[in-house]
Design a protein around this ligand. Structure first.
Ligand SMILES: Cc1cc2nc3c(=O)[nH]c(=O)nc-3n(C[C@H](O)[C@H](O)[C@H](O)COP(=O)(O)O)c2cc1C
Length: 203
């Protein structure tokens, strides 16, 4: 495990929302993580509005952290385009995967995703027909190929109907507590890898 202090994971949030000004939910979650010690925020659309990703800079950032978070709205059952571009360019063969690619080995990957659809839509028989973990399999397998462990996703459903006051504030506070618990090693990561959803693991 590449962790200096076993009870303290250095977290990097790779945030991908193409319209921060129009975002309500991701923006609030992003803000909820501001100022948390041991949690670094990296807004990809702000850093790379023209999609010209600085691969070396990104790789250096990854090396400094133990737990990576892909935070984004669910767009067409996947991520916004820049996160995909980031994966295509940054996760190089021979660096993160392949016989000699061990740069990310032992680290953790977490998807933190907001969806328009309600939770009950994401199940067999629901409107979206499949559970979130199935939609997120490309991220899960990417983590596996890079010798990382993929955790159960943190999901915020029915994002469009979350009330700006109470519901959204409670959700943002829960996300902050979740990041603190992850950072401080208070979540059993084996259990978190096996679960359907990370949210219930934090009170
Ligand atoms: C281009 C686009 C594609 C979307 N695709 C999905 C989708 O596949 N499934 C879903 O549940 N919601 C989908 N939505 C709804 C967004 O996930 C929702 O608006 C977002 O999570 C709200 O977060 P925000 O307030 O941070 O923008 C889509 C929205 C847009 C604009």
């Amino acid at each position: 495990m590449p962790v200096a202090d076993p009870n303290r994971y250095r977290i990097l949030i790779l945030f991908a929302h193409p319209a921060y000004d129009k975002s309500r939910v991701n923006r609030r979650l992003f803000e909820a993580a501001w100022g948390l010690e041991g949690v670094r925020l990296h807004d990809l659309y702000e850093a790379y509005p023209d999609f010209h990703i600085d691969i070396k800079r990104e790789q250096a950032l990854l090396l400094e952290h133990d737990l990576l978070v892909f935070q984004h709205p669910f767009y067409w059952y996947s991520s916004p385009a820049l996160l995909k571009e980031w994966m295509d360019l940054v996760l190089e063969h021979g660096w993160s995967y392949g016989r000699n690619g061990r740069a990310l080995a032992g680290k953790y990957l977490l998807s933190a995703v907001t969806t328009g659809g309600p939770e009950q839509a994401y199940r067999v028989g629901g409107n979206n027909r499949f559970p979130m973990r199935q939609y997120l399999l490309p991220f899960d397998q990417t983590a596996h190929l890079c010798k990382m462990k993929y955790l159960a996703p943190y999901t915020v459903h029915a994002a469009l109907t979350l009330e700006s006051g109470g519901d959204l504030e409670a959700q943002a506070a829960h996300w902050r507590r979740t990041l603190e618990a992850l950072r401080d090693g208070k979540i059993d990561l084996e259990a978190a890898a096996a679960a359907d959803r990370l949210n219930p693991l934090v009170p």
